[in-house]
Ligand binder design. Structure first.
Ligand code: NDP
Ligand code: MG
Length: 369
């Protein structure tokens, strides 16, 4: 039996993980979870699914006598439960501290929180190696690439091809982008996800983060990472082999596949979700329009520069998205807010997680809304 902890239980990834684990009852037991503010919802999910331990990471109070053991410190819960795998489905940069806690205490980190990889960069992987923690990517594109590299052999891969749906505004006239409202940006055409990642998908900041994520996860330089538009989100990513052949990974757009792949550590006793139906399936691919989606160019720049730049990109984008959701800035200003901060000097090697948190604090001071 694999003992699993789900961080971000109430979120889209957390909920999908609970659904997936139900169909692998013989193999997986959810021993613990974490929640931030939606405590009552988390308690109900725990009761419904027999989850006996919950870490509340905010100051929210908790109802008494629920039969659930409550923790206030994530590391304390992980040390106490000793899970085999921890899924990090926390949203945003708060996920980095959680990833570090998992690396320091647990053998496997199933990582959906891409911000951890973007900000933690090489340091995160060095720490994981030091503590003997294996990181298995959950982001669908990276899960696909991980699978393809495992089957083809890294030495046979010449480049990574990350697919992007292009979001809801792929074909909108450029002049109309300015008037987009948060309610429109939060609706993704193919995936059902949390609000932050949905808005990032509409600006392609999500794809930008994924380019940086791929660079650190697989150690590929900028000129060996490609991005291609694929609106159906069926091909989750591809690899180009040194022989010129391209290999793709396909499945319906349901996060249950990459989540269960990571939780089961590649050993599937049966299917994780619905089979791909080819009855009426058209797949298309086209080049990315960098003028429409300049965030992706910024990401390649961050990959080349490394140092503080990926953290700056992520932090400034998080602040800008929050301001957009609160109607303080327009849709098109999200990128200009980020670009202005990226233009400052963030060079200098990162040697500790504290330095990353310091850069975050500096970005908060520098952002002009
Ligand atoms: P959601 O917004 O749906 O859920 C976020 C979860 O994180 C909630 O459980 C929330 O708790 C918790 N959380 C929020 N803030 C904090 C904090 N400061 N400290 C601790 N926990 C916190 O997000 P998603 O599930 O969509 O995304 C989670 C992560 O997975 C993101 O990094 C995203 O980029 C990545 N990802 C998501 C995909 C998806 O399909 N959704 C696909 C690929 C990657 P509470 O409810 O109490 O606020
Ligand atoms: Mg993704």
């Amino acid at each position: 039996m694999t003992e699993v902890v789900i961080l971000g239980l109430t979120g889209s990834i957390g909920q999908t993980a609970v659904r997936g684990c139900k169909s692998f009852k013989e193999q997986i037991h959810i021993c613990g979870a974490s929640v931030h503010s939606r405590v009552e919802q988390a308690i109900s999910i725990c009761i419904e699914n027999g989850i006996k331990n919950l870490c509340i990471t905010s100051d929210e109070s908790c109802p008494e006598n629920t039969g659930i053991r409550i923790f206030r410190e994530l590391k304390e819960m992980l040390i106490s439960l000793k899970p085999d795998v921890v899924l990090n489905g926390i949203s945003g940069s708060a996920g980095l501290r959680a990833s570090v806690a998992v690396i320091e205490t647990s053998p496997v980190l199933a990582l959906a929180n891409k911000e951890s990889v973007v900000m933690g960069g090489k340091l995160l992987f060095e720490e994981a190696e030091k503590h003997g923690c294996r990181i298995i990517p959950v982001d669908s594109e990276h899960s696909a690439i991980d699978e393809l590299i495992r089957s083809e052999g890294r030495e046979n891969v010449s480049s990574l091809i990350i697919t992007a749906s292009g979001g809801p505004f792929r074909n909108m006239a450029l002049k109309d982008l300015e008037e987009i409202k948060p309610e429109q940006a939060v609706k993704h055409p193919t995936w059902n996800m949390g609000p932050k990642i949905s808005i990032d998908s509409s600006t392609l900041a999500n794809k930008a983060l994924e380019v940086i994520e791929a660079h650190f996860l697989f150690d590929f330089p900028a000129d060996r990472i490609e991005v291609v538009i694929h609106p159906q989100s069926i091909v989750h990513s591809m690899i180009r082999s040194t022989s010129g052949q391209v290999y793709a990974q396909m499945s319906p757009p349901d996060m249950v596949f990459p989540i269960m792949r990571a939780l089961l550590q590649y050993n599937f006793p049966h299917e994780a979700g619905k089979a791909l139906d080819f009855t009426n399936l058209e797949l298309s691919f086209s080049a990315l329009d960098f003028e429409r989606f300049p965030f992706v160019s910024d990401a390649f720049e961050c990959v080349r520069l490394e140092d503080g730049y990926p953290t700056v990109f992520n932090t400034a984008n998080e602040i800008a998205v929050d301001a957009f959701v609160k109607h303080k800035i327009k849709f098109t200003q999200i990128r200009s807010v980020v670009r202005d901060v990226l233009d400052l000097d963030w060079s200098g090697r990162i040697n500790s997680f504290d330095e990353i948190y310091e850069i975050q604090a500096k970005v908060k001071e520098q952002v002009r809304l």
